[in-house]
Design a protein around this ligand. Sequence first.
Ligand code: PLP
Length: 379
Amino acid sequence: MLDFKIEFNRPVIVGKETEYMQLAISSAHMAGDGPFTKKCNTFLEQELGVGKALLTTSCTHALEMSAILLDIQPGDEVIFPDFTFVSTVNAFVLRGARPVFLDIRPDTLNLDESTLEAAITPRTGAIVPVHYAGVGCEMDTIMEIADRHQISVVEDNAHGLFGKYKGQFLGTFGAMATQSFHETKNFTCGEGGALLVNDPALAERAEIIREKGTNRSRFFRGQVDKYTWVDIGSSYLPSDILAAFLYAQFEQSEKIQSHRENVWNLYQSSLMDWADAHDVQLPHIPEHCEQPYHMFYMLLPNLDLRTKFISYLRERNIYSVFHYLPLHLSEMGRKFGGKEGDLPVTESISDRLVRLPFHNGLTSDDQEQVIDAICGFQF
Ligand SMILES: Cc1ncc(COP(=O)(O)O)c(C=O)c1O
């Protein structure tokens, strides 16, 4: 990691992480699905009101599980926003899917739902919206279209734990949703994730896929007297040491979320006038969305200014970063036919977006330095 006075991200201990990891070690249950994994699963189920939550080794792996669960076959089409992390798409391409990339809305940077219906064909196997920065996609429209065409929705909610759309938690709309606990997320254990299973018909098979294709979970519940290989699957469950770390973070969820809310609000209130004066766009949170304060980004007028802005902050020891490159223009995306100009909103946003330092240890002094530096930037 580069050494900056004000880092973009820093995972911090917020509660009993070390104590719980020691406990997981001394209780001799270091493998997956130990007591802390169960506590994490129950926490997610109860807080969000989902039928089944399964901790996984990453959001990437939860996405891979969802593609297996939906029986995605070679040649199936799966619909994604173009502006997302590689894993959202790669998890389905691994099963042989052909990605169909949609452009994003210029306000929330989420999949543009007005283009969704036209992208559906008889081969469409799934729709995978991403709640960018934890701000909800237009789920009413997306679910109505998906239900009418009987296509499953998997919400990539890597950024959005505790975000809401029209009062309902993100991750509870689709048949399934995926969470990330990577070190850049609000809640972390270094690397980790979860699969939320809202469709009860998928719950048992989800356990099997996560446990190397075996019915070991049924065995542990005493429902079968030995366990065996029953389906395809892989090893998608994290060590209980990681779950111990994560559970300690969950216990501090109010503290974490309220700190992050303060960080976000300070950036917003301090930069609003400056942004207006310089044609810089700050995040748009629709009234019917509650955000989980995952990230603070800004859209600069063009790529040249964005490049200068990032190096200007670096010279002042402040680490700001850009985000996703348009997937249709990546090496893999071009193999699927992507070319310049196909998805102009994503292409423009990707060039202009910059994310400011944002983590659970960021102080208001750090933020004041970032804000002062920003306000001194010469356009
Ligand atoms: C939208 C999105 N989906 C999936 C992932 C992958 O998450 P993980 O690192 O937990 O596999 C990321 C990574 O940040 C992401 O931004």
